[in-house]
Design a protein around this ligand. Sequence first.
Ligand SMILES: *[C@@H]1O[C@H](CO)[C@@H](O)[C@H](O)[C@H]1NC(C)=O
Ligand SMILES: *[C@@H]1O[C@H](CO)[C@@H](O)[C@H](O)[C@H]1NC(C)=O
Ligand SMILES: *[C@@H]1O[C@H](CO)[C@@H](O)[C@H](O)[C@H]1NC(C)=O
Ligand SMILES: *[C@@H]1O[C@H](CO)[C@@H](O)[C@H](O)[C@H]1NC(C)=O
Ligand SMILES: *[C@@H]1O[C@H](CO)[C@@H](O)[C@H](O)[C@H]1NC(C)=O
Ligand SMILES: *[C@@H]1O[C@H](CO)[C@@H](O)[C@H](O)[C@H]1NC(C)=O
Ligand SMILES: *[C@@H]1O[C@H](CO)[C@@H](O)[C@H](O)[C@H]1NC(C)=O
Ligand SMILES: *[C@@H]1O[C@H](CO)[C@@H](O)[C@H](O)[C@H]1NC(C)=O
Ligand SMILES: *[C@@H]1O[C@H](CO)[C@@H](O)[C@H](O)[C@H]1NC(C)=O
Ligand SMILES: *[C@@H]1O[C@H](CO)[C@@H](O)[C@H](O)[C@H]1NC(C)=O
Ligand SMILES: *[C@@H]1O[C@H](CO)[C@@H](O)[C@H](O)[C@H]1NC(C)=O
Length: 601
Amino acid sequence: MLGRWRSSAGWVAVAVAVVCAATLVGPCSAGDPFAYFDFDVSYITASPLGVPQQVIAISKQFPGPVMNVTTNWNVVVNVLNSLDEPLLLTWDGIQHRKNCWQDGVLGTNCPIPQGWNWTYQFQVKDQIGSFFYFPSLGLQRAAGGFGGITVNNREVIAVPFGNPDGDITLFTGDWYIKSHKDLRKALDEGKDLGMPDGVLMNGKGPYRYNTTLVPDGIDYETINVEPGKTYRFRVHNVGISTSLNFRIQNHNLLLAETEGTYTVQQNYTNLDIHVGQSYSFLITMDQNASSDYYIVASARFVNESLWTRVTGVAILHYSNSKGKAAGPLPDPPNDFYDKTFSMNQARSIRTNVSAGAARPNPQGSFRYGSINVTQVYVLRNMPPVIINGKRRTVLSGISYSPPATPLRLADEFDKQGVYTLDFPTRPLDRPPRLGTSVINGTYRGFMEIIFQNNDTTVQTYHMDGYAFFVVGMDYGEWTENSRGTYNKWDGVSRCTTQVFPGAWTAVLVSLDSVGFWNVRVENLDTWYLGQEVYVRVVNPEDNSNKTELPMPDNVLYCGLLKDKQKQQTPHGSQGSSSFTTYVGAMLLTCMMIFASIVIFP
Ligand SMILES: *[C@@H]1O[C@H](CO)[C@@H](O)[C@H](O)[C@H]1NC(C)=O
Ligand SMILES: *[C@@H]1O[C@H](CO)[C@@H](O)[C@H](O)[C@H]1NC(C)=O
Ligand SMILES: *[C@@H]1O[C@H](CO)[C@@H](O)[C@H](O)[C@H]1NC(C)=O
Ligand SMILES: *[C@@H]1O[C@H](CO)[C@@H](O)[C@H](O)[C@H]1NC(C)=O
Ligand SMILES: *[C@@H]1O[C@H](CO)[C@@H](O)[C@H](O)[C@H]1NC(C)=O
Ligand SMILES: *[C@@H]1O[C@H](CO)[C@@H](O)[C@H](O)[C@H]1NC(C)=O
Ligand SMILES: *[C@@H]1O[C@H](CO)[C@@H](O)[C@H](O)[C@H]1NC(C)=O
Ligand SMILES: *[C@@H]1O[C@H](CO)[C@@H](O)[C@H](O)[C@H]1NC(C)=O
Ligand SMILES: *[C@@H]1O[C@H](CO)[C@@H](O)[C@H](O)[C@H]1NC(C)=O
Ligand SMILES: *[C@@H]1O[C@H](CO)[C@@H](O)[C@H](O)[C@H]1NC(C)=O
Ligand SMILES: *[C@@H]1O[C@H](CO)[C@@H](O)[C@H](O)[C@H]1NC(C)=O
């Protein structure tokens, strides 16, 4: 099963080999099942908006496959970099507890060189929910390379709704016909990316809802459903920088989960989904089948008469449908002059505190509202600035400059001077500068982070390795008094939050996992220009592998440590078949034993 690379459409081998596999795979937890994936990351040609372009596919699929796993499973992903540039995949929302070695960002991992493969191994420990992976370097996500991660509940844990009749993943996001390299060049030259060329739904362009606006010959996405049934839609905004309003004509969206938290279930006719965010909706096919229905994701907070092309349209098709969807798209919220609509909608998303999650204890049993905050950071976004003649973005005046040596490796090998541990707790009154300044997080501390957005567009912020409680957001400048407005009871715990322009969002996070954890803006242009930081969490009392897993055997070296790296025969001439055959044979044996014990006792 773990055999040689396959170029056929992404296959997913889920081999559940309980005891034996643990002997093959070190840092994963024995006893929990293993899921194996082979990802060949390469360019393919696709024409989502009618114009052929290079997109990044996973094993020839665009979007990539959904990794459908269950809480506590060990995930092994062998990633082959068939691009013409370095690659890392990151697993947004996966917590990698004690194991930032697998996070797939430049602060924790050396990039996988072109033609090489690297195997990620991690456990989806104590979490559930809807997440996605994507390539984390150099704007590559603008070309694709993303796919879903669905973490199901273990069977012993109750889910706060009936078993849906189907599970549908929908990737939506703004899209450019230009390649990610051209977009990068534009940013390097100090330009804006400008208006996107469209919005894709599962890698496809819009249905031709209007013959003037949408050219002929574009392939669109169709979601096939049965009347009367209820489906779980997992919707991810995998786009570059545009907030989207999501809606389905004539259908209610019953919000049920976001990024690992079961929400209070409420109906929405539409919901704003910002870049990097994920939501699950339960949608009942309760309309008559006189026609198909539009599924829409349209650009938000822009002049819609200028941005009409930035609209994704897919089709919801009942099996007994009598005709095509027709007429105008369902209306977006009419709130051009009302800044509060979207913020109030965001505030209405709350945790169902009595629901269980990954573990049997209710989600509300962690009383975040009564824990004393030990560290406070105000991270301030501003419009881009010029530093050393280059257009850059900053957080609290610092534009992150990634060192050649990953921060985590620098610590492991005691290389001084790679980074400084002096990130300011508040923005300082000093000129913006480049730096590799890291937040000194206190292990087991409780950190309050306030994102203050002084720019004129919505930005979303994400923290790797953790979910944070979103406790408040409001317009204006955050002050100590703003704490009086915090939701200390059922704020939602998630990994990506929006920060409206001229507004702040406050989050609380319990720093209980050792490692270097990336805090970044998810808007790709802002991120590319330098807006990110890492939080370093070390346990001063422990180096026994209890609070952090050891460095993996296959770690890649670069920067100051590049001499430690053994060359890898670029793929193709790779003569490892005897090894893979051995692994395959081992696995097969294990599976047979497992099957004979567990499945056919
Ligand atoms: C995902 O896995 C779960 C549990 O193993 C299974 O019930 C479900 O059908 C799978 N979903 C998809 C879309 O394959
Ligand atoms: C590369 O893939 C081969 C199997 O195709 C595997 O044996 C090897 O361990 C992988 N290398 C790394 C560094 O992950
Ligand atoms: C909250 O979760 C409980 C327990 O699973 C469930 O019975 C209830 O319907 C949920 N309530 C809402 C409003 O989502
Ligand atoms: C199509 O869009 C154009 C431009 O916005 C608009 O003038 C026209 O009324 C639309 N056509 C239909 C059939 O809605
Ligand atoms: C949501 O809307 C559906 C109709 O589409 C309705 O049956 C259901 O009761 C509503 N649920 C809630 C929690 O409002
Ligand atoms: C189906 O719904 C459409 C639009 O709501 C309505 O015009 C039509 O009369 C309905 N048809 C039936 C058979 O109920
Ligand atoms: C949107 O753009 C159109 C066309 O340029 C312009 O006429 C209109 O005033 C703009 N609307 C707003 C609200 O700015
Ligand atoms: C939080 O701080 C207050 C005042 O400093 C103190 O009285 C209280 O015991 C602390 N609570 C916890 C849970 O540590
Ligand atoms: C980082 O924080 C720890 C406490 O968590 C403290 O002991 C240490 O001195 C700090 N390091 C720096 C460089 O500020
Ligand atoms: C940004 O900050 C300046 C100075 O404090 C203030 O005048 C301006 O209104 C702010 N703009 C936004 C969008 O927050
Ligand atoms: C930690 O794990 C590494 C690698 O497995 C091992 O070499 C080392 O001895 C372990 N350290 C302790 C203190 O157990």
